[in-house]
Design a protein around this ligand. Sequence first.
Ligand SMILES: [Zn+2]
Length: 474
Amino acid sequence: MAVLTKVPLQLADLPDEFEERQRRGDEQRRRRREDEREEQKPPFGTQDREFARPGERPEQFQHPGHVDADGECDADADADGRVSGDAKRIEQAGLRRSVGYLVAHGVPFPRGRQSVVGVDVSRHGTIVADADRNRTETGPKTETEPLKADPSESRTMTTLGTASAAPGETDTGRLAVGESRDGSTVALPCAVVNGANDGKTLYLQAASDGDELNGVGVVSRVVPQLDPAELSGTLLVVGIVNYHAFQVAEHRNPIDDTKMNRAYPGDENGTSSERIAAATFEAAMRADLILDLHQGSTSRMINEVRVRCGRRHRLHDECLQLAKTFGCGYVFDQKGPEGQLARVGPNEGIPTIDPELGGCVGWDEDSIAAGVEGVFNVLRGYGFLDGEATTDRQVRARGFDQYGSPSGGLVRFEVDLGDRVASGDLLFEVTDVFGELKARVTAKSDGIFWRSRRLPQVASGEYVCSVGTNLDTY
Ligand SMILES: [Zn+2]
């Protein structure tokens, strides 16, 4: 008979961990409230840029201001409140949101305001406040002389993990995200395509869900087609995000049974998925645009692009425009669940979309081709490459009706993916093994036949298909 052995509690560790969890919970709730408030604010990026030194790395960030409990850097600092040091240290102090802004999106320190909202330290170097510089001098002495951007300074190497490319070069490497069970390093395949000319930065990732391989197909076709000599700006690429799930061709990370796209912005000291999310999010925050390539898992699904920030978000229009430029023909526009990159990216001021490239087991060449064309159209549309982007009208769905089977048996679909359906149209029938009709299911409302199960056999109540509803075009 098995005897349960009680493992002695490590009491010394408990209070810290408990407090840390509580603090994290509070922080998450606070951030959620802030997200809601920020949907009302005007977009960032409207203020004047200042104090940028090109070519410096984020670690050189120093801010002479006080970082308050809300994670905002307040230039009205005293000696105790003063924060300086690298972004990681500040993040470990629980101030992720502030750091997110600080390394994010090319948003400058706003002149005459008390709060730092964001600066692109990765590209523009040390940023210091001047509005209240005299007051901040009460803090410990640090090297915080403000410098104007010097456009004559040449652009330097761009690095992601071990990939490091000078302007006009491409390099591939590995982005370390932790260790596997045998102690070997887990590192994601990554690439830097550093354009010969200045421009925006695009972050592109694939296989956030480990069985969604079309995005990997896109990355493996796009990167070799890009000539950095002809590129203005930079691509940062993580080719396989959900490393552990990819190894076993599963959707979720088997180490922690987590869906990666619920783990953003991640936690570098958290679970396996949270660590991967944190590392990839840090890369994503260096960009001006984020493309997170997905698909409808192994179900059958149309090619579409998801906008997940929510329709009241300050970046909603920009995300819609990015979705239209990617141009799959269909856009699903609905606020996503917490932890999605396409929700978290816009909160940090970066237009983000989640292209859903069909759905299949393995690769689907048509969906991969749509994804390759989408990436290149974005590169043309946002000035990375010469040439006109095509922007066709997109059909937008703002809701889904999901249909389950009323009985067990075999499904026969009466409509195809992409078909328009009207309320009352027959969607599918269910028969028994000998072909006898058991159920007929009709559409509850008008829409587009969006997604369906792959296997014919269903249990009663099991998912069968989805219809995109509440349609319009833009
Ligand atoms: Zn996915």
